[in-house]
Every structure is written in C-alpha cells, then in structure tokens.
Design a protein around this ligand. Structure first.
Ligand code: ZN
Length: 192
C-alpha cells in the first residue's frame, strides 16, 4: 500500500477526458487500494483516478462517517445509502438516470481550501464494474449521490468550480493562479 500524490488545479491531467478501462487487472486493483488509502489519509470521501495522475475511468468512494470506536454513524444517511456497501471501487462508472435537484457545499482535494455550493441531482442510478470486473448497478440519493456525481465529473475533466457561475469560477481560478492555495480549514471541508 502506498500514498499517492494528489494533483491540483491547474494540472493538465485534471482537464482531460479519462479513458475507459479495458479489463480490471491486478495492477488496477492495487491502484484502487492505494487511492482509497490516499483518500482516507487526506481525509476525503471520494477520489478519482485523474486526481492521482491516472487518466482512466476509476473512482473510489466512502461517504460513511465513523464513530470513535470505528463503527459507522448512520445519522443523516438515507435508507438507500445505508443499504449500499462501502467503500466503493467503481470501474467505468456511468450515470444511467438522474432525478430531482439538491445542493451541497463541496470541496475537492484537487482544489484544496475552497468550498462552494454546487447544484446536483438528488437521485442517481449508475452502472459500473466492480474490482473483479463484474457489472454492478447502484441506486442512491443523499451525500453518496452527490459524491458519485462529483467523482464522475473528474473523469470528464470537470472540477466542481466548473459548475459555478462564470464570475465565481474566474475569480477562484485567477486567485489560485496568483496566490496558490490557502491552508485548508479541516473542520468545514468536505473533500470529494
Ligand atoms: Zn474532487
């Protein structure tokens, strides 16, 4: 297991449309495990392969909050979320259905220190391959649905700041280019 370097905006790999995975190999299972370790260490609740410099369609997710004793705190989780086994390692994930509207204050390990309210669909259905190459489908809402949409955006070269108004987006991008990144505020941030 190893911690991986997390790439930040404006690195090119974050802007590219990631390539589909031809076969889920042992090498990719190791990459997924290392991505999860990197995500937990950050800490974050989701990480897409382009964020660690790999332009391929793979994301890892674990939106569960843990109690001090390591058990899962289901407070605030929806019934659908509780029913889904996490962590998730999703290869070639595709959203097949979206419904409703919601918004959430999102942060991102590739845009550290920035938190902005982003509009997303409230409910999503997805198809993907699991780490053994078997097809799976998921139906969820809540934070998990938001996180899935954020991570899949990464696979299409999109960051959450690209979903803000033009004015807000240009302001943040020019601030980052001029001053770099501020110290992250760990209490407030949801790193997706
Ligand atoms: Zn992100």
């Amino acid at each position: 297991m190893a911690l991986l370097k997390v790439y930040t905006y404006p690195e090119e790999v974050l802007k590219k449309v990631a390539k589909p995975i031809k076969a889920v190999t042992e090498e990719l299972r190791v990459l997924a495990a290392n991505m999860l370790e990197t995500m937990y260490a950050a800490p974050g609740i989701g990480l897409a392969a382009p964020q660690v410099g790999e332009s391929i369609r793979l994301v890892v997710i674990d939106t569960r909050m843990k109690n001090d004793d390591g058990t899962v705190d289901t407070t605030g989780m929806t019934d659908l979320e509780v029913g889904i086994k996490q962590p998730l390692k999703l290869f070639n994930p595709v959203i097949t259905k979206k419904e409703g509207k919601t918004e959430f204050d999102e942060g991102c390990l590739s845009v550290p220190g920035y938190v902005e309210t982003v509009q997303r669909s409230n409910y999503v259905e997805i198809e993907a391959l699991d780490e053994f190459g078997k097809p799976l489908t998921l139906k969820t809402d809540g934070l998990l649905a938001i996180c899935i949409q954020h991570e899949l955006d990464h696979l299409d070269g999109k960051l959450f700041i690209d979903r803000l108004s033009t004015v807000k987006r240009s302001l943040i991008k020019s601030k980052i280019k001029k001053y770099g990144y501020p110290e992250p505020d760990e209490d407030k941030q949801h790193n997706l």
